[in-house]
Design a protein around this ligand. Structure first.
Ligand SMILES: [Zn+2]
Length: 266
């Protein structure tokens, strides 16, 4: 996660825009004054990413699956939060050859997918999605759908005031930024679970989603050949935490049950 217009101290942050992602680079520690960015896992960048063949059957399959997830998930969230609130700040998804920093005001330096709060847009590189599917053991189209649902969860956090609460809590508790970001990310996992519970997915797919939530835990994700071993460095939560909060979302009847940010424990 990177925030826009950051000041030199936590109290000076202005949350005009933020870029938040789905899979944590465990080694991206960041400093307390600049919360660890959500980046990407340790997959190799293509030597010529701009040359990615957007017309390939594999990309078409992934895009179709993600568009289906998106259409269903946005309908579900419009119903859950109410059409007026949903329509006041409509989210968008943009399939791009390569996710670039310029897509989110220079705030994001990973490969995506990423949610940019400043323009309400989720940027998705199909090339990156295909690499994630290939490189993350146990991942599948279900896992990719989970990533999109997680990013949409961030938008729901925006329109329901959770970004603002995160800002307030960060100002109140300097030094707790990493813990707060981790809670914030787990909220998005929980919200993804709320989508999954209301989707038309068959039971087998929900199991696949639970497994996917687990395999993207910070302690499972490899970055530069290393696995995060220190839970204090996690930015998105462990495999157990990510599965736990996705499952909590599956069982949640109200958004408030996904409020990890100000929960006593998580
Ligand atoms: Zn995220």
């Amino acid at each position: 996660m990177r925030w826009g217009k950051g000041g030199s101290s936590a109290g000076a942050w202005l949350f005009a825009a933020a870029a938040v992602c789905c899979v944590s680079p465990a080694s991206n520690a960041g400093s307390p004054a600049e919360p660890a960015d959500a980046g990407t896992v340790s997959v190799q960048q293509p030597s010529s990413p701009a040359a990615a063949d957007a017309g390939s059957p594999a990309y078409a399959r992934i895009r179709a699956a993600l568009e289906s997830t998106w259409t269903e998930a946005t309908d579900i969230w419009a119903s859950l939060v109410g059409r007026d609130l949903y329509d006041s700040d409509t989210p968008m998804i943009d399939f791009v050859p390569v996710v670039k920093a310029a897509h989110c005001y220079g705030l994001y330096i990973g490969a995506g997918p990423v949610y940019c709060s400043g323009n309400n847009t989720i940027f998705v590189s199909l090339a990156e999605m295909q690499r994630l599917e290939t490189k993350i053991p146990g991942f599948s189209d279900d896992g990719l759908g989970l990533l999109v649902a997680h990013e949409l969860g961030h938008h729901i956090q925006k329109i329901t005031g959770r970004f603002r609460l995160l800002s307030i809590l960060m100002r109140q508790s300097p030094g707790s930024e990493r813990d707060l970001v981790r809670r914030f990310e787990l909220e998005a996992d929980c919200l993804a679970g709320m989508w999954a519970a209301r989707s038309h997915l068959e039971a087998g797919h929900r199991e696949a989603l639970l497994a996917a939530a687990e395999v993207i835990g910070d302690d499972r994700v490899y970055v530069a050949g290393e696995t995060a071993s220190d839970p204090a460095m996690f930015t998105h939560g462990s495999a157990v935490q990510r599965r736990h909060w996705f499952e909590a979302g599956l069982n949640a009847s109200a958004i408030e049950q996904c409020h990890v940010l100000d929960a006593e424990a998580y």
